[in-house]
Design a protein around this ligand. Structure first.
Ligand code: PEP
Ligand code: MN
Length: 375
């Protein structure tokens, strides 16, 4: 059960203390306070754990300072959508809104290589009015002899260049908790010129210790990729790990499933699950067409497969796109074969806008059809 407090009720208020005394008298009940710190207001919630079946929802709702009470099912307690649950579906970070109702594009390098390539990428993004990018510094590689990313060494200049080109959020994968400290330190040393969304990759979706550590910090939001060989339920539970530790600023990423059924794509594209995740949880949903498709193959209609699957995800209501670009794909140190080129960026963004318009129109059509007919 979740008790959502009125916006002005904070842990130092009289109403809060009164409510906690009232709850302390209930048998076999533990409480856990959780705060959603937004730009406009802070939302305080109290999670009730234990013998909640015996509790009277209306009685709790009548206590001073309580806005409403949500009875949660066992599944995805914090992130799930429960009955009568009108909690927000998103969050603001560094001036960028992430929600189930909007769309952000994170085009960028799979892996940071040279300052020249990073700068060319960022310049192209700025020219297109983009405020987000992807830049991998720590790369989890299948082959131990492959390039592992520049790691900590590249962070200062990547952050400074991002600030120079007005980038507000960089999606950056971490594979170890020390990377979190390195990112925090580099941001501080460079004067926080940009923000970072910590990415947990498909190989680490069930790295529970990493999830707990990343969940305990509230500074950075998290992009959690779906595990490529586990069920959707298992991946959503991984997201709940982050939330249960205190950080529910999470975007859930689809990146295709590992099975030969998807051949000739690198992975089997799973973007049909965009609306499913939005139905089950309050997380914004990201699609990663690059790691799903894995090639620059083009259909007879002239569109790259990467563009086709992007449009499919966007038409289904995706909220974020993580996509590989590179100024010279042949020189990329990681995933060059799937990267789009900088002169394809305006085309890609226009194609995304067309798909988003189609989604908006589909939403309006659904609204019109669901509205009860006039008597
Ligand atoms: C990536 O986004 O660079 C990446 C390695 O993705 P995934 O974890 O989905 O393979
Ligand atoms: Mn990659």
């Amino acid at each position: 059960m979740i008790v959502i407090l009125q916006p002005h009720v904070t842990p130092d208020s009289a109403e809060y203390r009164q409510l906690m005394n009232y709850l302390a008298n209930k048998p076999n009940l533990r409480t856990r306070m959780h705060q959603e710190i937004g730009t406009r207001q802070t939302l305080t919630e109290i999670y009730l754990i234990g013998d909640t079946a015996a509790l009277d929802k209306a009685e709790i709702e009548s206590q001073p300072g309580v806005e409403r009470v949500v009875r949660v099912s066992e599944e995805y307690r914090i992130l799930g959508r429960h009955r009568d649950d009108r909690r927000p579906t998103g969050f603001d970070y560094n001036g960028v809104l992430f929600s189930q109702d909007n769309l952000n594009v994170f085009a960028g390098l799979c892996a940071v290589d040279t300052p020249e390539h990073v700068e060319q990428m960022l310049k192209a993004l700025k020219a297109q009015g983009q405020a987000c990018t992807r830049m991998g510094a720590y790369k989890p590689r299948t082959n131990p002899y492959s390039f592992q990313g520049h790691g900590q060494a590249c962070l200062p200049w990547v952050f400074e260049l991002a600030g120079k080109y007005g980038i507000k959020v960089i999606a950056m994968e971490i594979t170890h908790d020390s990377h979190l400290d390195e990112i925090r330190e580099a941001l501080q040393k460079t004067g926080n010129p940009t923000g970072v969304m910590l990415q947990i990759g498909t190989r680490n979706t069930q790295n529970f210790e990493l999830l707990k550590i990343v969940g305990r910090q509230r500074e950075f939001p998290v992009l959690l990729k779906r595990g490529f060989g586990i069920t959707l339920e298992e991946s959503l539970n991984a997201a709940e790990y982050l939330a249960s530790e205190g950080n529910s600023r999470i975007v859930f990423g689809l990146r295709g499933m590992k099975t030969n059924m998807g051949d000739p794509h690198r992975n089997f594209v799973d973007f049909a699950h965009v609306p499913v995740i939005k139905r089950l949880t309050r997380m914004p949903v990201c699609i990663d067409p690059s790691h799903s498709v894995g090639t620059r193959e083009r259909a007879p209609d002239g569109l790259l497969d990467v563009m086709h699957v992007t449009a499919q995800g966007v038409v289904a209501g995706a909220n974020m796109i993580l996509v590989d670009f590179h100024p010279h794909p042949a020189k990329a140190l990681v995933d060059g074969p799937q990267a789009l080129t900088l002169d394809e960026l305006p085309w890609f963004l226009e194609d995304v806008a067309i798909a988003r318009t189609a989604y908006d129109q589909r939403r309006l059509l659904a609204e019109r059809n669901l509205r009860p007919p006039h008597p």
